[in-house]
Structure formats: structure tokens, C-alpha cells
Design a protein. Structure first.
Length: 246
């Protein structure tokens, strides 16, 4: 599906496993790679190595952008995704949820009826939890379909981690929280500055990120996570969305 960049490895699926009763795919096997997760890599690598690795990821998105076709789409597709997610949420669960819903609906209302986006291939779930680090190479796993196939989704997913710290929040082992927080903010600024050159990013990043975070809510069983995601969505109303160190 993807041509491998010389610094990017995309594992080949060796075998797929199917549930015979419903004939549904339940899993697959891939080659084993000796690699580190993002926390281990960030804690042990030099800032130069981390910067170079982020440049590889940015180039991966850039290559997909070059192959994309700028296409006009109707904003109705956003409303449909919003309705699909909203129906799965218990609206009585949190008082601030109403503010969150109103915020997204306002942004959807303010969108032009037709918007132009680069449509093309993307990873679909390019969070740090789906990236493995091996020497000077990165391994991308767990590709995902999206309601709109655009490289903008990969930018959104990266910033879901660098700005909104999603994968860090779910990380279970001990790590240097101060160091990782500083690195994430540094990387978030890199991403934002790099893609600020594109009009589609400047115009539509925030609504894409709101919808992206909104999609997490039906699966957030922990009240703390539920509240955290809502707060992050509401904070996206602020024009300066660059990560801040707390």
C-alpha cells in the first residue's frame, strides 16, 4: 500500500486470521522487530536524533500530500460524523459536555458549505503508540481507515500526542514526566510551524482535531479521561494551539 521511505519500515502482513463463525478477520501476524516504544526512545535518544526522527515523520506526510488530489467536499460529511459519535455518548454524563457539543456545532456551522482538502493516502492513526523506533529507522503499525482520507488526519493524530498528550496519558510504566512534557511541546511546535504553510491546515486543523478528540468520548469509561478530553476540545477555541509546558 505504501512505498517504504529508506528510514520508514511498514511491516508486511504474513498471515491473517479469520473467525470461521462470521468469517470476520480477527487478527494477523507480522515480522518481529527489535525496537523501542516512544517513551523509551524519547528518554534515551539525543535531541538531534529525536528532531531527525520527527523530520522523517513530517516527510512521510509531505510525500502523501504530494500524491494527494485537492478535492471539494461538502461539510455534510462532518455533520454526519458528529451525529454518529454524539448518538453513542451519554449526554447526562458530564455538565461540561453541553459546552463541548455547542463548541463543535458552532465550528461546523461556521464552515463553508464546500471545503477544499488534499484527499489521499494516510496512516490514519499516526500516534506515537503506533510508531516503533529502531536505531535510525521508524516502524509504522496499525493503519486505520478514516471518515475523510486526507494527510491532514495524520497531522491531527500526531498533535493528539504532542499537544494533547493522549499516548502519554495511557502509558503505564514510569518515565521522566518533565523531560517528556518538554520534548512533546518542542515537537508540537515543530509540527505546527511546518504545516502552517498550508491553507488547508490553517483553516481546518481545529475542526478536524475537535472531531478527532470527540470520537474518543464514547470509549472513555474513566470519568477523569472523559473530563480531560472535553477540556482539550474546549481549549481548542483558543487561537494559539501550540502546546504549553505545565
Amino acid at each position: 500500500m505504501y512505498d517504504n521511505h529508506d528510514k520508514i519500515l511498514i511491516p508486511q502482513v504474513l498471515q491473517q486470521y479469520w473467525e470461521t463463525k462470521d468469517n470476520e478477520k480477527v487478527g494477523f501476524s507480522m515480522p518481529y522487530y527489535y525496537a523501542s516504544d516512544f517513551i523509551v526512545f524519547f528518554e534515551n535518544a539525543t535531541i538531534t536524533s529525536i528532531t531527525q526522527t520527527m523530520c522523517i515523520l513530517l516527510q512521510f506526510i509531505e510525500n502523501n500530500l504530494k500524491d494527494s488530489i485537492y478535492t471539494t467536499i461538502n461539510k455534510e460529511i462532518f455533520y454526519n460524523k458528529y451525529d454518529e459519535v454524539a448518538q453513542k455518548i451519554n449526554t447526562c454524563k458530564n455538565k461540561s459536555l453541553t459546552l463541548c457539543l455547542d463548541s463543535i456545532k458552532k465550528d461546523l456551522h461556521d464552515l463553508p458549505n464546500e471545503i477544499i482538502l488534499p484527499l489521499g493516502r494516510c496512516h490514519g492513526d499516526l500516534t506515537f503508540s503506533n510508531i516503533l523506533f529502531s536505531n535510525d529507522k521508524i516502524i509504522l503499525i496499525d493503519f486505520l481507515d478514516n471518515f475523510i482520507e486526507t494527510p491532514l488526519q495524520d497531522i491531527v493524530k500526531l498533535r493528539q500526542d504532542t499537544k494533547h498528550k493522549w499516548s502519554v496519558m495511557l502509558y503505564e510504566r514510569n518515565y521522566d514526566k518533565t523531560k517528556i512534557a518538554m520534548l512533546l511541546c518542542y515537537l508540537d511546535e515543530m509540527i505546527d510551524k511546518h504545516f502552517m504553510q498550508y491553507e488547508f491546515y490553517r483553516k481546518y486543523y481545529i475542526i478536524f482535531q475537535k472531531i478527532n478528540l470527540f470520537r474518543i468520548l464514547p470509549y472513555a469509561k474513566d470519568n477523569h479521561i472523559f473530563d480531560y478530553v472535553i477540556t482539550e476540545i474546549l481549549n481548542l477555541n483558543i487561537k494559539d494551539t501550540i502546546c504549553q509546558t505545565y
